[in-house]
Design a protein around this ligand. Structure first.
Ligand code: F6P
Length: 745
């Protein structure tokens, strides 16, 4: 608008000046034309009257001369006629002949013989034109005929002309201004698109992307270099933070993000309040997501929005449904969202866990899609979007959306808070396009996720699958070189952020030493102190490969019977999603398989497999990690798997062996683990034997490398990398906005 005014105002002024100078010029010109016309007309009339006037003047008959004048002056433009004698005396005249006309002789400045003389003058306020035409007989002047024309018609025409000229110039000004504004607006947009192309560094090879305009090209390179320098400096500072801690994360929030507001949205809440009789207990759910995000939230004191699922959750919130946690040392708040039984069944058990969960995991369990579940899923996502708006104190918060429960939420937030920075993290694998394509609402899900500013997966394979899926099903521009997807002009960056755990895990503070844990856990399980122990810790989920693990233990006993009675395996299985039939059946199969193997290899006081289907708190889980000789993670498909990392973190003694499924994201980082294919029972059995026979030095060497990796690539780094990318994006947006303001000023 300001730009347009800058063009319109001077233009309008210039046009006004032109109109001011041109109108009088046109006026003078037309007047001159009229005078010239009247000169010619006057001479013509005089010539036409000449002979008759000579006769009548020579007759000296006043009556006849004046009658003749009266007849001629009936012409509507003729105002009056008169005849002056050579002396200058007015001899004959019509009644209207003006008094202020004199008839000078050539001697006193009058017209010479044969030459007419004209002038314009005012009479009774109106303009008149008079032609004095000398009349001669035989070269002897007998007098001068005065022909007076009324010029008021010229005045009227001149006024009309002036009006037309004004209208013409005003119209011209309007048209030219309009064209100028349109051209200015178009070139402004082009200029801004060019600037944006420079700032975002989008490839000019792509024809849908604006190239920097010609005027911008000279400094496009400088601007890009400057931005790259800023980013390089930021990356350098990032790398400099060799030790990623809660403190480092807090620094990012205060320095890079200037204390911007952070909101987390997840289905699972980090603390549930459960009623047991008259007592309210606080529990930490068995969830990798919670394990990862809780320390982040403690570091940045934001708001965590989640489904309030505990039986005493409603009794512990304030009137805004908020509660401060952790209970013993409050650092951030949970905003609980209440769901009805039907909503929970449709959105959580139905669409999320019977649809998306099996869809994304290659665990050979068929996904089930039901339209009512989808409707609940959409409605619950909508509800959470409203709560995000309620909780946001600013227009541009950073919102961390977690997992497959909220695929639609990013776009819903984007519609309500267009300036928010939305980071979505997908905690489970992303399948290939063919697999994902069976979902009846695939386009809605993809478009919902692309409401995010940044979209994160654990591994590059999952990012690539996502790029392929979007390429296949949406009209979007996928730029793998720039790690971005642009849909309807909005750009989403897609990156790999391998999730991790806090270092050192706070749960360890309450855990006894290795020696104590070894002794305690063995006693609890009924094993002799020298029994070698294997441990598995999972939610009771068909993707975790628990059955395959048990079969590997059985095969190991078949291959190495000397270990019967000297090796035991404890499986901690946290009950999970038990309203779903598939999970109920799975639990039954797991129980049956453990019982079968125990029946085959167990004896009085010895069970080769101890299955504990119950919730264990973090301290107890970590004590099991410390007590065991090996930890077996055999997921059939897993985004990351944090049990593997927790086990490594718990082993401060540097001993113990990790058996890790090649189908868990963690296998890409923890390469010193014994990597196995859980479907290959022989290989797993051999790996169990190798783990139990592994010399302590080798265990220590492997553990040392893995501990160093988990220490460095901990959860603070995971969250920090995302927040730094968000900070970079926000800084870029600010530069863009500043450049736009400067250009508009
Ligand atoms: O793996 C996906 C995930 O959301 C994890 O982050 C978490 O460990 C698990 O599922 C929790 O499942 P639920 O919330 O259904 O118990």
């Amino acid at each position: 608008m300001r730009l347009s005014l800058r063009f319109i105002v001077p233009l309008a002024m210039a046009l006004a000046a032109i109109a001011w100078a041109v109108v009088p010029l046109v006026d003078q010109l037309t007047l001159r034309w009229f005078v010239r016309d009247l000169d010619i007309r006057g001479e013509l009339i005089a010539n036409a009257m000449r002979e008759r006037v000579i006769d009548l003047v020579q007759e000296a008959s006043r009556t006849r001369v004046e009658r003749y004048f009266a007849i001629v002056s009936q012409d509507e433009r003729l105002y009056a006629l008169g005849f002056c004698q050579p002396s200058g005396r007015l001899a004959y005249r019509t009644p209207a002949f003006p008094d202020n006309i004199d008839c000078p002789s050539p001697a006193t400045g009058g017209p010479e013989l044969g030459k007419a003389r004209s002038r314009v003058f005012t009479y009774h306020g109106g303009p008149l034109h008079v032609v004095l035409q000398p009349i001669a007989v035989d070269a002897q002047e007998i007098g001068r005929l005065a022909i007076v024309h009324d010029m008021s018609f010229a005045q009227r025409r001149s006024d009309d002309t002036k009006r037309f000229v004004y209208i013409f110039f005003v119209g011209l000004a309007a048209v030219v201004s309009l064209i100028t504004v349109i051209i200015a607006e178009l070139s402004w947009r082009g200029w801004m698109a060019g600037l944006r192309a420079i700032l975002t560094g989008e490839s000019p090879r792509n024809t849908t992307v604006a190239r920097p305009s010609r005027e911008l090209r000279p400094f496009a390179r400088d601007l890009q270099l400057l931005l790259r320098e800023i980013e390089a400096e930021r990356a350098y500072r990032d790398e400099e933070r060799m030790s990623w801690t809660a403190e480092a994360l807090r620094n990012i929030l205060t320095q890079e993000l200037k204390g911007d507001e952070v909101l987390i949205v997840s289905n699972r809440e980090p603390y549930t309040h459960t009623r047991r009789g008259n007592v309210i207990e606080v529990q930490r759910p068995a969830s990798g997501l919670v394990t990862a995000l809780e320390p982040v939230m403690r570091a940045c004191s934001g708001t965590w929005i989640a489904h309030g699922s505990g039986s005493a959750d409603r009794d512990t919130v304030d009137r805004h449904d908020r509660v401060m946690v952790p209970p013993d040392n409050p650092a951030y708040r949970i905003r609980r969202v209440w769901l009805s039984k039907e909503e929970e069944t449709g959105y959580y058990y139905g669409f999320a866990n019977e649809g998306l969960w099996p869809l994304c995991h290659i665990a050979h369990t068929r996904p089930t899609f039901r339209a009512p579940d989808w409707e609940h899923y959409r409605a619950v996502n909508e509800r959470f979007a409203e709560v995000v708006v309620q909780e946001a104190r600013t227009e541009d918060p950073i919102v961390l959306v977690q997992d497959y429960h909220f695929a639609l939420l990013p776009r819903m937030i984007r519609e309500r808070l267009p300036r928010a920075t939305i980071i979505t993290f997908w905690h489970i694998p992303w399948p290939n396009p063919e697999t994902f394509g069976i979902c009846p609402w695939r386009e809605e899900i993809l478009s919902g996720m692309l409401g995010s500013s940044i979209l994160g997966f654990h591994t590059q394979v999952h990012c690539n699958n996502f790029f392929d899926t979007v390429d296949r099903y949406l009209e979007a521009r996928v730029d793998r070189d720039a790690f971005s997807i642009s849909l309807g002009g909005e750009v989403t960056e897609v990156h790999r952020y391998p999730i991790s755990i806090e270092w050192p895990p706070s749960a360890l503070a309450e855990v006894a030493s290795r020696a104590v844990c070894r002794e305690t856990i063995r006693r609890e399980l009924g094993y002799a102190p020298d029994v070698m122990l294997g441990v598995g810790v999972d939610r009771l989920d068909y993707t975790k490969g628990i059955l395959e693990r048990f079969r590997a233990v059985e095969r190991f006993f078949e291959l190495e019977p000397r270990w019967v009675g000297r090796f035991g395996f404890v499986q901690i299985a946290a009950p999970s999603r038990s309203s779903i039939e598939e999970y109920q059946e799975f639990e039954a199969r797991v129980r049956a398989e453990a019982a079968r193997i125990n029946a085959r290899y167990g004896s009085v006081g010895y069970q080769p497999i101890v299955l504990r289907v119950e919730h264990h708190d973090a301290a107890s889980v970590h004590c099991h990690y410390r007590a065991c000789d090996l930890c077996f993670v055999s997921s059939l498909h897993d985004g990351m798997n944090l049990v593997a990392k927790e086990f490594i973190a718990a082993r401060e003694d540097g001993e113990g062996v990790l058996l890790l499924s090649q189908f868990a994201g963690a296998a890409r980082e923890l390469t010193e683990a014994l990597i196995v294919n859980p479907y290959d029972v022989e290989q797993c059995a051999v790996a169990l034997a190798a783990a139990l026979a592994m010399p302590v030095e080798e265990q220590r060497a492997r553990m040392k490398n893995m501990r160093a990796l988990v220490q460095e690539f901990n959860v603070y780094r995971w969250a920090g990398r995302m927040l730094l990318d968000a900070a970079r994006m926000r800084a870029r947006r600010r530069i863009e906005a500043r450049a736009a303001t400067r250009a508009a000023a």
